[in-house]
Design a protein around this ligand. Structure first.
Ligand code: SAM
Length: 246
């Protein structure tokens, strides 16, 4: 059978396309795109002309079968989404799962993802972070979602639609309290900007100028609960001597 390539594309700046992504898209038999009209612009920019088929949430079942058939016939297929890495808050998961189940080889062509791009410049703790995707759009569910992630270690990374940014920040303040946050907007584009501060401070600057464009919200971990701790020299003494003796 053929190979399914999962190809990352830029999240704004076309120079973030990798050489390997261009070569792969130019070599496959078929490109499956979330939105073919949107992706045509990218493909034209790189002079790539290939058969295109759409693959998005609503037709996953149907088009998935067509793409799998092409793979079964030995054709190579590349999956791209509108921006960034397919399957990361984007269609692709069902196709990859089904291809894996059939023993079809799935090859990543890595590149941009807004979540990783945002964490890299956030200045927030980044060894451990949780990417939680889009919060629910209704307030009740969104608050419930935030309650569940309150005690996760490390920084929390969320995607959000620009018109819901203010209400989501309000809920973050309500549920998680006054934490440090970063709103990374329009990454890799002309109006790229990181708005940093406490939730209230960021809300104030968001309210001032209308925040347009795409945003990633990053929330710093909460303060660890202070526990009674014994002094370090005492701990060492206990571990080295007392526990050995007993
Ligand atoms: N698959 C993409 C990725 O790997 O980043 C994510 C797709 S998701 C449908 C779109 C969301 O990603 C936006 O609502 C926004 O939260 C975030 N996003 C995408 N591009 C961005 C950019 N240039 N700057 C900031 N956030 C971006």
């Amino acid at each position: 059978s053929g190979t399914l390539f999962i190809v990352a594309t830029p999240i704004g700046n076309l120079e973030d396309m990798t050489y390997r992504a261009v070569r792969t898209l130019a070599q496959v038999d078929l490109i499956a795109a979330e939105d073919t009209r949107h992706s045509l612009k990218l493909l034209n920019h790189f002079n790539i002309s290939k058969p295109l088929t759409s693959y998005f949430d609503h037709n996953q079942q149907f088009k998935g079968e067509r793409i799998l058939n092409a793979l079964r016939q030995g054709k190579s297929v590349a999956l791209i989404s509108d921006a960034g890495t397919p399957c990361v808050s984007d269609p692709g998961y069902h196709l990859v799962r089904d291809a894996v189940a059939e023993g079809i080889s799935v090859v990543p062509i890595p590149g941009c993802s807004a979540a990783i791009t945002a964490i890299s410049v956030s200045g927030l703790p980044s060894d451990t972070f949780t990417f939680a995707g889009f919060p629910p759009s209704r307030q009740g569910k969104r608050r419930g979602f935030l309650v569940k992630v309150t005690d996760l270690p490390g920084t929390l990374v969320l995607y959000e639609a620009p018109h819901r940014l203010e209400e989501t920040l309000q809920d973050i303040l309500h549920v998680l309290g006054e934490r440090q946050v970063v709103v990374a907007r329009e990454l890799t584009k002309i109006y790229e900007e990181c708005i940093r501060g406490t939730v209230s401070e960021v809300m104030a600057s968001v309210a001032k100028g209308k925040v347009r464009g795409e945003v990633v919200i990053l929330i710093a971990p909460g303060e660890p609960v202070q526990e009674e701790t014994e002094p370090l020299d005492k701990t060492l003494h206990r571990l080295l001597y007392e526990e050995q003796l007993s």
